[in-house]
Design a protein around this ligand. Structure first.
Ligand code: AMP
Length: 286
């Protein structure tokens, strides 16, 4: 089990790797939770799951510049390390890895991991190079932490599938585990970006989970045509003035390709701007 004393803060990649090598020499197993900080209950659920899967838990906090587009929120992404450490220590982890951008991308850094077909649709269509940044940083962090298992949220469903595939394709030798979406009591998926929302936008944002609940209900009632399900979600979200749909798609849960008629397990995934804030959510169908 993870120690209940405060986690050790490690910033330098070589120190991180030395720590992990020591754990392995002593016969330990390392579970890793990569995050961009500004932690919430979704992240905490990953840390708890990590505790159950290894002798040692490492949480990283790194706002990864290469996964942000030029007009996205890199500079204003919420950051609060003392708050994050309090969160982590209230749950329990052994190490918190806090590298700088220069640590991850030192001068001369020139190698990127580029996913292929899994990244063409959904968020990959509206955020070019996003998953290139995600895959690159995750591959680097996997090697720096030498983790045995890594935990990711199903909230970022496409990301989870891409990382599973990358890990398999590149023989990274890490077990990748996905965990369910953690929501606020009223249904809004927890997200560090929820802090951007005004009180009115916070109310408006409920339309994402409501639309998904409606899609799920119609699926459960027997509707199998993706277009009908998507139109239902579009109608609900379109009625909220502050909402602008980036995409609403129903894709095969395994290969993320669009489906017309649902026969295999599928995912309804959506990205919606509420005001200036882009939120994502999804639900499994079948
Ligand atoms: P982030 O800090 O947003 O990059 O997220 C770090 C990890 O936490 C990713 O694996 C996310 O999928 C996961 N995560 C974020 N929000 C949630 C949530 N509401 N429920 C479960 N996992 C989440």
């Amino acid at each position: 089990m993870a120690s209940r004393s405060d986690a050790q803060i490690i910033s330098a990649p070589h120190a991180m790797r030395a720590w992990s090598d020591n754990v392995h020499r002593a016969g330990g197993r390392i579970a890793f939770v990569p995050t961009m900080g500004y932690l919430h209950e979704g992240h905490v659920s990953l840390v708890r799951a990590a505790q159950a899967r290894a002798s040692h838990v490492v949480v990283s906090i790194f706002v990864n510049p290469t996964q942000f587009g030029p007009n996205e929120d890199l500079s204003r992404y919420p950051r609060d390390l003392p708050r994050d450490l309090a969160h982590i220590n209230s749950v329990g982890a052994d190490a918190v890895f806090t590298p700088t951008p220069q640590d991850i991308y030192p001068p001369g850094f020139d190698t990127y991991v580029v996913p292929s077909t899994l990244s063409t649709g959904l968020c990959g269509a509206s955020r070019p190079d996003h998953f290139r940044g995600v895959c690159t940083v995750v591959a680097v962090l996997f090697r720096m932490t030498a983790c045995d298992v890594a935990l990711f949220g199903e909230k970022d469903f496409q990301q989870l599938q891409i990382i599973k595939r990358m890990t398999r394709d590149l023989w990274l030798d890490v077990e990748v585990v996905g965990l369910p979406i953690v929501r606020e009591a009223d249904g809004l998926a927890k997200s560090s970006r929820n802090v951007y929302l005004s009180a009115q936008e916070r109310q408006d944002a409920l339309v994402l989970s409501r639309a998904l609940a409606r899609v799920r209900a119609r699926f459960d009632a027997g509707e199998r045509h993706a277009t009908a399900l998507v139109q239902e979600a579009e109608r609900l979200i379109g009625a909220v003035p502050s909402a602008r749909i980036d995409y609403i798609s129903i894709v095969d849960a395994a290969n993320l390709q669009p489906v017309d008629t649902l026969t295999e397990p599928a995912v309804c995934a959506l990205a919606v701007f509420i005001g200036k804030t882009r939120l994502i959510d999804n639900c499994l169908l079948g």
